[in-house]
Design a protein around this ligand. Structure first.
Ligand code: AHR
Length: 325
């Protein structure tokens, strides 16, 4: 993620000979006022992470002066595009968008810019080879997904005590930035380490039930698996259910590594069924408010407003479960 953003920004500056300020001037301006009509086009609401993210925007609305319009695309990129188009037609002042996948939402981002609406991508990004922060949208607010995958791999490599780690990877939504980046971060970290072998990597679409079903299938093909790396906690919990239904013992003969920090994942860590979850915070409301206000005040916003993530293990899961979602 970091590399892709830096390349995008510097390539753009080199090509156009622009400073950061000039790039920002190319974007739609935002006037300072007491209240704004704000669109938040959610991609789906099928897991606790998405629900917590939407709630964070709703909880922030009153204090930030937002008249907030929230839509739910129900897991369809086409519906999310239509939702953004509808918000543009309604005359929103600002758009906050977590693009479900990297490519299909780009036309909607471009139309928002053409309509004079500053857009902030939150949590997920778009293909930086096509649309870029500082030119097509104001900024990306979110985690370093490559680093999350790398940290899950590093924790696994430091703590796995077996002789040979045989891994099944459950990927997130195909074509989404977290799935692409969490895979590359993990795969690059284990490359060249002979102790670990990736048996198979398949999408569970970031969903618990799909994670469970994919794990059931892959368990039959790879009964020797002893590690599961899931791109989010919902799929990790689904995998644990599949493992237990097959008579396996998560935490004893199969070790589960994941990303997010949901309440169910922290409970699974406390119960000894999951090793780690690298945090990926869904609480974007306050950061979105602060960044929007900085932009309205005329500040040039950095292309990537980065969220720092913690890591939850058996050492601190109990301490943090009450703040989890
Ligand atoms: O984009 C962030 C990911 O999307 C979260 O890890 C996942 O739970 C959500 O669906």
């Amino acid at each position: 993620m970091k590399r892709r953003f830096l390349l995008g920004a510097s390539a753009l500056a080199a090509t156009l000979g622009l400073t950061g300020l000039a790039q920002a001037q190319d974007l739609p301006p935002l006037e300072q006022k007491d209240s704004y009509t704000v669109g938040f086009a959610q991609s789906e609401s099928n897991n606790p992470w998405r629900i917590a993210e939407t709630k964070s925007f709703q909880d922030t609305a009153a204090t930030c002066g937002w008249n907030l319009i929230v839509t739910d695309a129900g897991g369809s990129a086409a519906k999310q595009v239509a939702d953004v188009d509808s918000m543009i037609a309604q005359g929103i002042d600002v758009l906050f968008l977590p693009p479900r996948e990297e490519s299909p939402l780009i036309p909607a981002v471009m139309r928002a810019k053409a309509a004079g609406i500053p857009t902030f991508l939150v949590d997920r990004s778009v293909d930086p080879n096509v649309a870029q922060a500082g030119r097509d949208y104001v900024a990306f607010l979110g985690s370093d997904f490559v680093d999350q995958g790398r940290r899950a791999a590093e924790y696994m490599m430091e703590n796995f005590e077996g002789e040979q780690g045989l891994i099944i990877q459950l990927e997130g939504t195909t074509g989404s930035s977290p799935a692409n980046d969490r895979k590359s971060g993990f795969d690059e970290a284990i490359a060249g380490n002979d102790k670990f072998q990736l048996l198979e990597s398949r999408s569970g679409d970031f969903a618990r039930d799909e994670g469970r079903q994919v794990m059931e299938t892959l368990l039959q093909a790879h009964p020797d698996v002893n590690i599961v790396y899931a791109h989010n906690d919902e799929m990790a919990i689904g995998a644990i259910q599949a493992l237990e239904a097959a008579g396996r013992k998560p935490g004893e003969d199969v070790f589960v590594y994941s990303i997010d920090g949901t309440r169910d994942a922290l409970q699974a860590i406390i119960d000894g069924k999951m090793e780690v979850t690298v945090e990926s915070s869904p609480f974007f409301g306050p950061l979105a408010c602060e960044t929007m206000k900085r932009y309205a005040a005329g500040e040039t916003i950095e292309p990537w407003v980065k969220v720092e993530d913690r890591i939850f293990t058996a050492e601190n899961a109990a301490e943090h479960i009450d703040e989890a979602y």
